[in-house]
Design a protein around this ligand. Structure first.
Ligand SMILES: *Cc1c(COP(=O)(O)O)cnc(C)c1O
Length: 394
């Protein structure tokens, strides 16, 4: 077989996201190289996945050690890394129990299954879950129905039933939608794919009150916001919200596919046989995630994320004055909201001319999610590259 140089993506790959014609070859920290040895400053980091940057030494070590020791004994047996990770996540977040999957969408499916089971036991079979407009919860059939992106649930009819969308950030609209079939509310503490949309102050704690008043479960989808991304281990804690069920994905494995569903004692309702999967709790993934969480909760890590987040925010505010934009986000999850739909062009120019990787979840939104280990000089460098690639500069 000859080496793949030329990209002929349509030949063997089914259609997926539109992609530029570069092949990414290696990464280190905030930097990514393509096969032509072009070096990019990566403020995308696998879509907010590479918590510790590209190929962190700690993870290389875990992969080597665990890779030598045990890849999987099958889910029919316990393994030590899984027990260690479950304990560490519960101790870190105050959750009662954890269970593991591979992707974020799967972790959310588990959350929905937990809520429906709980509804069978506690709310006479109530099953409807209220989710927010413009939310994103994944691409399995059920998560496409849960996702509040318009048209998303109608691509592969029939859509999975049991989801109802309500406006994000509006507790009264949500309350008005509650009926006897409602069992839970599922929400992103900050909407990621919608363009880093931060809800109004107090929204999350109000949701907690509403759920308590009506006897519903509260599910926090922290797949993008969790694991330190916003400067706290969980974004919900900043708004003093404690969800009954929390999902983690993306950043949990720092580049290795793994996700988790955490629950309170109240929500714990699974019996043996309700949930599982061939790769769920895989020791290699568990050992990696355990190391990632250890790194994120180590003294000084999260305060540095907050500090670097402020530095990035300041750079973006400075830039927004020239580009007529506004800045949103928390920690190292930031976006520039633009007046005109120039984000795709800006993203393209940033990559092609300045070798800076950012993305545009909406045509008017630029999103920046650098490594949680990004340095102050890399942030300044990124801001310089972003300014230089502004498509409307004269
Ligand atoms: C990415 C994402 C998901 C889906 O995760 P996958 O690993 O792609 O299945 C779900 N919810 C949120 C908030 C996300 O950002």
């Amino acid at each position: 077989m000859h080496e793949i140089q030329q990209i002929d993506a349509e030949k063997y790959l089914m259609a997926s996201a539109p992609r530029p014609s570069v092949l990414m070859a290696k990464g280190s920290g905030s930097w990514l190289w393509d096969t032509h040895d072009n070096r990019y400053l990566d403020f995308l980091q696998g879509w907010a996945v590479n918590t510790l940057g590209h190929c962190p030494v700690e993870i290389q070590q875990v992969l080597e050690t665990q890779g030598r020791q045990l890849l999987t004994p099958s889910p029919a047996f316990h393994n030590k890394p899984q027990l260690q990770l479950a304990q560490l996540l519960c101790e870190t977040t105050g959750a009662h129990q954890a269970t593991f999957s591979v992707t974020g969408a799967e972790a959310n499916e588990v959350a929905v299954k937990l809520a429906r089971k709980w509804g069978q036991i506690n709310r006479r079979g109530a099953f409807t879950i209220l989710t927010a407009t413009n939310s994103f919860h994944g691409r399995t059939l059920a998560m496409m129905a849960a996702t509040g992106k318009s048209g998303f649930s109608q691509i592969f009819p029939p859509s999975v039933s049991g989801f109802h969308h309500v406006p994000y950030g509006d507790t009264s609209a949500l309350t008005a939608s509650i009926d006897d079939s409602t069992v839970a509310v599922m929400v992103e503490p900050i909407q990621g794919e919608a363009g880093v949309v931060v809800p109004p102050e107090g929204y999350l704690s109000e949701l907690r009150e509403v759920c308590d008043r009506y006897g519903l479960l509260l599910i926090a989808d922290e797949i993008q916001t969790g694991c330190g991304r916003t400067g706290h281990f969980l974004a919900q804690s900043e708004d003093s919200m404690i969800a009954d069920i929390t999902t983690l994905g993306k950043g949990l494995g720092a580049g290795v596919p793994v996700s988790a569903t955490l629950c309170s004692a109240r929500a714990a309702s699974f019996d043996p046989g309700d949930q599982g999967g061939t790769h769920c709790g895989n020791p290699l993934a568990m050992a990696v995630a355990h190391r990632v969480v250890q790194c994120v909760v180590a003294p000084g890590f999260l305060s540095t994320v907050r500090e670097m987040g402020r530095a990035l925010e300041e750079e973006l505010i400075y830039l927004s004055a020239k580009t007529e934009g506004t800045v949103r986000g928390r920690g190292l999850m930031r976006a520039l909201q633009l007046r005109e739909p120039i984000a795709p062009a800006w993203t393209h120019r940033a990559r092609e001319q300045e070798r800076l990787l950012v993305n545009s979840p909406r045509e008017t939104v630029l999103r920046l999610v650098p490594s949680l280990r990004v340095s102050a000089s890399e942030i300044a460098d990124g801001a310089r590259r972003l300014a230089a690639s502004y498509p409307k500069a004269s």
